[in-house]
Design a protein around this ligand. Structure first.
Ligand code: MLT
Length: 406
């Protein structure tokens, strides 16, 4: 008789952004006349840059001719893209990452969910709290998280590293020693960043205790300050303790196109086993490669025209971030983030819970954000707004929130 993976049954509710989507859909069905502004999920709104569109068109044309048609892509990624990534994202920043240490995929969400598969079932994971829910949920599905305490909203076998206003939303070393440490900087959801010296401390800590850091750098393109690292491989010793996840979604608007990559240095070992070889084995078995057309679009991100156009796109979103930050601060909200990340993290006013504030904004001013508690217990009473809307909608959303006079 077939039986399900019972770990799935332990997951509370639905995925955060599915719950939000459902609530907004329901509201909109009962209030079809209302114009809802969505600053919830971090989904981009600006069209793909011209250099990317041009690369897509020309790759599509190649697929139309027998002499240039491509079938299965190499499972680890085309050389042209892996070379462009190694050169531009790493070697140009002084990081010793080679093209064959890069594994091209359909995005950082899948990689961040799948990477845990190559580690033992009894590994202890440490996560920031609040945290991008995929890291925890994927470990729950794999049976690594223990049992859920609904009252405290925590898993018995997960080590939580609170990120609070008091510690500048930067995690501190946990009391218990983890095997895997998930870090995301610039951070989703708080929008906080850590300095190179702080990240170096984490690298030293991981090397000392034999842990692996899974470093999600999906938002690195939004860094505006000098001393903030764009990659964990800027730190000494990271090649022996860190895996890095990257996305084309936020820097190049590929949320609907799908492209990302994972970096695993050849020196990175678990005991005597190379994680690079394990991940290559997994990729080869479970993945047939990102589409050729999409990888050509990814290559265009690194062209001179692509770089200039995407710099302007990031600046556009960061202008929104500043607008939200300043607008809400002016009327007395406690706000952070938005300087090195496209997320603004604010305190729900008047002691409201995160979901109370969510309902208040949706129902009273038709603005959608993300309740902080959806990211973990230390997110309770916080709220996240994204800067990925259009400028016009962002301005209108801020004016509507200001009009609430809470
Ligand atoms: C978010 O809103 O947290 C992100 O857009 C989710 C994601 O990147 O998958």
């Amino acid at each position: 008789m077939s039986r399900v993976n019972e770990n799935y049954l332990k997951l509370p509710g639905s995925y955060l952004f599915s719950t939000i989507g459902r609530k907004v859909r329901e509201y909109s069905e009962t209030h079809p006349e209302k114009k809802i502004i969505r600053l919830g999920i971090g989904d981009v709104t600006q069209p793909l840059a011209p250099a990317i569109i041009e690369a897509l068109h020309s790759a599509v044309d190649e697929m139309a001719k027998p002499e240039t048609f491509r079938g299965y892509a190499p499972d680890l990624g085309y050389e042209f893209l892996r070379n462009a990534i190694a050169k531009n994202d790493y070697q140009a920043r002084g990081c010793q990452i080679a093209a064959d240490e890069i594994f091209v995929s359909d995005g950082a969400k899948s990689d961040s969910a799948n990477i845990q598969e190559v580690f033992s079932a009894d590994s202890r994971i440490a996560v920031c709290d609040p945290v991008y829910p995929v890291y925890v949920d994927s470990n729950v599905m794999a049976g690594r998280a223990g049992d859920y305490d609904a009252a405290k909203q925590i898993w018995s076998n997960v080590i939580y590293m609170p990120c609070t206003a008091e510690n500048g939303f930067a995690p501190e070393f946990p009391m218990e020693t983890p095997d895997l440490i998930y870090l995301c900087f610039p951070n989703n959801p708080t929008g906080a960043a850590i300095t190179k010296a702080q990240l170096q401390d984490w690298v030293d800590y991981a090397n000392k205790c034999g842990a692996v850091i899974i470093y999600d750098a999906a938002y690195e393109a939004y860094i505006s300050e000098e001393n903030i690292p764009h990659s964990i491989y800027e730190c000494e010793g990271a090649r022996t303790c860190a895996i890095e996840l990257r996305s084309f979604s936020k820097n190049a608007g590929f949320t609907g196109v799908r492209l990302g990559f994972t970096v695993i240095p050849k020196e990175l070992k678990c005991g005597e086993v190379s994680l690079h070889s394990l991940w290559a084995r997994r990729h080869g078995t479970k993945y047939n490669g990102a589409p050729y057309i999409v990888q050509r679009a990814g290559e265009a991100v690194y062209s001179e025209a692509g770089k200039a156009q995407l710099k302007a796109q990031v600046a556009y979103y960061m202008n929104n971030a500043r607008y939200i930050y300043q607008g809400l601060k002016e009327v007395g909200y406690t706000v952070s983030g938005g300087v090195n990340a496209p997320y603004i993290w604010l305190k729900a006013p008047n002691g409201m819970t995160s979901w109370e504030f969510f309902d208040c904004l949706l129902e009273r001013v038709n603005v959608v954000g993300t309740p902080g508690s959806g990211f973990g217990p230390h997110g309770e009473t916080y709220f996240r707004l994204t800067a990925f809307g259009s400028y016009e909608n962002t301005v209108e959303a801020v004016e509507r929130i200001k009009s609430l006079q809470l």
